[in-house]
Design a protein around this ligand. Structure first.
Ligand code: AKG
Ligand code: MN
Length: 214
């Protein structure tokens, strides 16, 4: 389904010191615009969106986005920001997408957290995708659809910020160790009423037993 219309860019990211680095790999136009349009409307219409709440300062607060958690099978859950989500099985089109991302990036993917930012007031705050279920060194592949928004990574020690604008149909791979040394976020923006959908494909080793429901 997916084709690389244009080349990718490799963006080096420093880790602990100047001798260790990782990288982001970025395909600005991974999907043809028409494919990206189709995927955006299919996602908005057919995903069973959840509006979860998290406990903050003793109060239940709705997260500023809609989301859901998908897997290649269903007896698995995921705990993210203290929200425990039972996985929804990949619909065929999402399994195909995971496969395309896996062949493009040469990494396996069997989970997806899908986010729906309804407008510029939806966001995701600073965090790392470093939950135990994702193993010691999570590799994350992120597809962006809809409104172009700025994705930021902040180094845990130096505080240095790397910003990247993620266009409709782009693919971003966060490489080895990035989840250890960086947090990332998608900040709110003013005066934006266009939606954005983001897929973050992840991998969980089902043989480890972590994250599998009994
Ligand atoms: O929407 C994005 O680009 C980032 C989403 C994200 O970081 C996450 O779902 O963990
Ligand atoms: Mn994340």
């Amino acid at each position: 389904m997916a084709m690389s219309l244009f080349d990718y860019q490799v963006i080096p990211l420093p880790l602990s010191d100047n001798t260790h680095q990782s990288e982001l790999t970025f395909w600005p136009q991974w999907l043809a615009p028409i494919q990206a349009d189709e995927l955006l409307s299919q996602s908005i219409q057919s995903i069973p969106w959840r509006h979860d709440t998290i406990k903050m300062f003793g109060k239940q607060v709705p997260v500023p986005r809609l989301q859901n958690w998908f897997a290649d099978h269903t007896n698995t859950s995921y705990t993210y920001s203290n929200i425990c989500m039972q996985a929804v099985k990949f619909p065929g089109w999402m399994a195909d997408l995971a496969q395309s991302v896996a062949s493009e990036t040469a990494h396996p993917f069997n989970r997806a957290l899908v986010n729906y930012y309804r407008d510029g007031s939806d966001s995701v705050d600073w965090h790392a995708d470093d939950e135990t279920e994702l193993g010691p060194d999570p590799i994350i592949a992120s597809i962006s659809l809809g409104a172009e928004r700025v994705f930021q990574l902040r180094h845990n020690i130096t505080g240095e910020i790397t910003s990247l604008s993620l266009p409709h149909g782009s693919l971003l791979l966060m490489g080895s160790k990035i989840q250890h040394f960086y947090q990332h976020r998608l900040a709110k923006v003013k005066h934006l009423d266009q939606p954005r959908v983001n897929f973050t494909f992840r991998y969980m080793d089902d043989s480890s037993g972590v994250g599998i429901n009994p």
